[in-house]
Design a protein around this ligand. Structure first.
Ligand SMILES: NC(=O)c1ccc[n+]([C@@H]2O[C@H](COP(=O)([O-])OP(=O)(O)OC[C@H]3O[C@@H](n4cnc5c(N)ncnc54)[C@H](OP(=O)(O)O)[C@@H]3O)[C@@H](O)[C@H]2O)c1
Length: 225
């Protein structure tokens, strides 16, 4: 089994950690407030989960999920993630999570921000278009007819293969959209962000399964770079 480090253990981080613990992976949770603040969360996940500092979680994970508000991206430890596979769930939402000057200035597009900070890590964008409550609702065993596909994008084929294997173990098929720059095709405001919502776009409704073909049709609607 794989050890998954989490930098950020909130709604998306917590939901992914729950699926990962259920799949038998080891979990290392972290946030900005320190290991003590996550003890109860880890206890709920079972004996495979523990808490750590962000640097420890980065160093411990075979794969590391970064799932924090975008405005905090500079606090993600760089050295500990050198050469590592990093899953980036981040969506830029300045109204709710705070603005980032370098994005507002047009220096770095939001979907490339974490990779620009972690130059020596292999960043794979994944799960950024899934509402956290829909993750447990949509997870299915391999081969289930209504199993959902989730888009991934990254510049390293090896890293994407590792992430796809993890995603499969969590109950989803990975759908490779291409290089990291192509993750803009499932960024906020694109049709693919609505992939698992009911036809009225209500996030409160149960998640609606989306196959690879469903996803491909939505991704195709976003202009190719
Ligand atoms: N919610 C969704 O359904 C959803 C779906 C797709 C993508 N996303 C994206 O995923 C990211 C996380 O979203 P979320 O909804 O899970 O947010 P959230 O519930 O607010 O959780 C954020 C987590 O990050 C931690 N954190 C904040 N600053 C940190 C730092 N400097 N270092 C380490 N940890 C830090 C927070 O804990 P402390 O504050 O205690 O440090 C918390 O554990 C966002 O970029 C969001 O746009 C969210």
């Amino acid at each position: 089994m794989t050890t998954i480090g989490f930098i950020g253990s909130g709604r998306i981080g917590g939901a992914l950690a729950q699926l990962a613990a259920a799949a038998g992976h080891d979990i290392v949770l972290s946030n900005s407030r320190g290991p003590q603040s996550l003890r109860e969360t880890a206890a709920r996940l079972g004996t495979r989960a523990r808490t750590a500092t962000t640097t420890e979680a980065a160093a411990a994970g075979d794969l590391v999920v970064v799932t924090i508000p975008v405005r905090a991206y500079r606090q993600v430890p760089v050295a500990a993630l050198h050469g590592r596979v990093v899953i980036d769930t981040l969506n830029y939402d300045p109204a709710r999570q705070g603005a980032v000057p370098e994005i507002e200035a047009g220096d770095t597009p939001p979907h490339l921000l974490l990779q620009s900070h972690l130059r020596d890590a292999y960043v794979v964008k994944a799960f950024s278009n899934v509402f956290f409550r829909h993750l447990p609702q949509l997870a299915r065993t391999a081969g289930a007819p209504d199993r959902s596909a989730v888009p991934i994008a990254g510049d390293s084929a090896t890293a994407k293969a590792a992430v796809a294997t993890l995603i499969d173990s969590l109950g989803f098929d990975a759908y490779d959209v291409g290089p990291l720059a192509e993750s803009r095709r499932f960024a906020p405001g694109t049709p693919a962000q609505l992939a698992y919502l009911d036809p009225d776009g209500m996030v409160a409704a149960p998640g609606r399964p989306a196959s690879a073909a469903d996803l491909a049709a939505l991704l195709e609607k976003a202009e190719r770079s």
